[in-house]
Design a protein around this ligand. Structure first.
Ligand code: 5AD
Length: 332
């Protein structure tokens, strides 16, 4: 059966994944080469040499949340805030759609933008450009999400961040169920749902990561962003060690085996750690490139090391296309 993998002395049944097997695989360095090889094989079987390239516009760094790891949380009182006016955002998205077939609109949880405003922005983008629109704007009510969906938004990214309920609540100040409920509302409206989590959060164990993978399966995500935690010096986790990029790759590879058809980006946080090529050879099939207007890039400071280079979109895409070609992959 194709769903059965023998990795070292572990047997992973991807139809009925076992927490203990996943935990053991994450902790066993002896399986890495086989695991990465299998993940790349599955990815190639599903997507060939294609890499899906998306453009992301970070349109506001105002946020009402107090996530302990995040450099734009409401607690970062010294962070310089910006918010793009709706017309400017719409124009930027239409321009991004000349280079990218999917445009992601991401922001902090900024209530300045009502659901009606966001729906209007999506509607105007879809009228003027032939692209998929993905929203990444956090938790809203079912009725708010419905307006955005009816306006034509196709996909929605909302990570569960960590599946350990105690850890989730200590980092966010609200229960994990709040987040899982929001994901269920998004799914119920017919959005393609993108989930995901961070690797290397302080207090996380290999068992937590196994739980994180199981959560992706239970939530039925169609996309999953899995990235290393990167300590932001101004946050309360500023002194904590960064997540291990190698462990992140292992968890990414396991996600590919568990969810063969799932879109898995080489997350920006993983790219920061030098891992784009590795991620694309360990199961990832998506790259996100910045399409945020230059003047705002430095201010979207979720974690350190994110590039704020001022390269025009077509040139940025062309550079990526050439890099991908060097390792036998083609940009879609
Ligand atoms: N390190 C890594 N990833 C982070 N994110 C937020 N803060 C950090 C950090 N310090 C990720 C979260 C969020 C996404 C937008 O960025 O997973 O969902």
């Amino acid at each position: 059966d194709m769903a059965l993998y023998t990795l070292g002395n572990h047997t992973l049944d991807t139809q009925h994944p076992d927490m203990d097997v996943l935990t053991a695989l994450i902790g066993d360095e002896g399986v890495d080469a086989e695991l990465f090889h299998e993940a790349n094989r599955v990815k190639t079987e599903e997507f060939g040499s294609k890499v899906f390239v998306r453009g992301i516009i970070e349109f506001s760094n105002y946020c009402r949340c107090t996530c302990a790891y995040c450099g734009i949380s409401a607690q970062m009182v010294h962070a310089k805030r910006y918010r793009m006016p709706p017309d400017e955002l719409t124009d930027a998205a239409v321009r991004a759609a000349e280079t990218y077939r999917t445009v992601i609109l991401q922001s902090g949880e900024d209530r300045f933008y009502t659901a009606e405003m966001l729906a209007d922005i999506v509607r105007r983008i879809k009228q003027r450009a032939n692209c998929a629109v993905t929203l990444s704007i956090g938790e809203r009510t079912l009725e708010e999400y419905r307006l955005m969906r009816e306006a034509g938004a196709d996909r929605f990214l909302l990570k569960h961040e960590t599946a350990n309920a105690v850890l989730y609540e200590s980092l966010h100040g609200v229960p994990l169920e709040t987040r899982l409920d929001a994901q269920r509302r998004i799914r119920a409206l017919g959005f393609e749902l993108g989930g995901g989590f961070m690797v290397g959060l302080p207090g996380q164990t290999d068992e937590t990561l196994a739980q994180d993978l199981m959560t992706l399966v239970y939530e039925g995500v169609e996309m999953a962003g899995i990235g290393p935690f990167i300590a932001h010096p101004d946050t309360e986790l500023g002194g904590a060690p960064d997540g291990d990029p190698h462990k992140t790759l292992k968890v990414l590879a396991l996600a590919r085996l568990l969810l063969p058809k799932c879109h898995l980006p080489s997350t920006t946080a993983l790219n920061v750690k030098g891992g784009m090529k590795n991620a694309l050879l360990c199961g990832a099939d998506v790259i996100m490139q910045k399409a945020t207007p230059f003047e705002y890039r430095k201010l979207y400071d979720i974690y350190p090391g994110r590039d704020a280079l001022e390269v025009p979109l077509e040139e940025q895409y062309e550079t990526l296309r050439k890099r991908l070609a060097e390792f036998g992959l083609s940009a879609e």
